[in-house]
Design a protein around this ligand. Structure first.
Ligand code: DC
Length: 219
């Protein structure tokens, strides 16, 4: 039986990862977190001091780049658990910088397509537009910027109002950059379904997408 392919795109902090994880579990299909691929590539290249503009060096280094997931879903870079390192705020910035490199995007896209071969739910920025335009269901997850800031602050245990304001600015800057990345720009496709998660609990978010997936599968 052909397995369903679902894409979830949306801005940073809209809950793509949490929603995709929850829906994947309910449908018993793999969850492919494209951000983890970009984050791990950035961490790998950065620790070798390879610059984002150096396409040749990136290409060569990526020949020895292998990503896997542990049983608990942690990222394994060449068999080493790097989950904590790739999720740091510092590495978020690097992930964003390296994600502008065409060779990084080409490799990350190929990897995502390979992982989707047997179906799955893919979350990202260009999942429904570039990586899997053939998806059975495309979701665009949106959320108010103030709520996204609150979620990120909680995730990183930030309580100082000044620091929270810095975080909010980072999110707005990232939105702007994500929406202006040429072909890979974050965009809502004409065949996407928009789900606004502002004010929704995690369970409500998961359920909203799960119901959409069920009706697609029953069509
Ligand atoms: O979703 P995330 O915050 O884990 O992603 C980290 C960075 O990787 C984000 O700043 C942009 C980049 N990224 C991307 O360019 N394309 C994707 N499909 C996923 C992430």
């Amino acid at each position: 039986m052909k397995k369903i392919v679902i894409t979830i795109d949306g801005p940073s902090g809209s809950g793509k990862g949490t929603t995709a994880r929850g829906v994947a579990k309910l449908l018993s299909i793999p969850h492919i977190d494209s951000g983890s691929i970009y984050r791990t590539m950035a961490y790998y290249l950065r620790t070798q001091d390879i610059k984002e503009e150096d396409g040749e060096a990136i290409k060569e280094a990526l020949e020895d780049f292998h990503i896997n997931y542990s049983e608990v879903g942690h990222v394994l870079l060449n068999d080493k658990d790097v989950e904590k390192e790739i999720r740091s705020r510092e590495n978020s910035t690097y992930a964003f910088q390296y994600s502008r490199s065409p060779i990084v995007r080409e490799n990350a896209t190929r990897l995502q397509r390979e992982l989707l071969e047997h179906g799955g739910i893919l979350d990202g920025r260009d999942a429904g537009s570039v990586v899997a335009p053939f998806a059975d269901l495309k979701i665009y997850l949106d959320c108010d910027v103030n709520e996204r800031t609150r979620r990120r602050a909680k995730q990183h245990n930030i309580t100082d109002p000044k620091e929270i304001e810095v975080l909010r600015k980072e999110i707005l800057d990232r939105d702007d950059a994500d929406m202006n990345k040429g072909d890979a720009s974050l965009q809502m496709m004409p065949d996407s379904v928009r789900v606004d998660t502002s004010g929704m609990t995690v369970d409500e978010q998961v359920d909203a997408v799960y119901q959409l997936a069920l009706s697609k599968m029953n069509q």
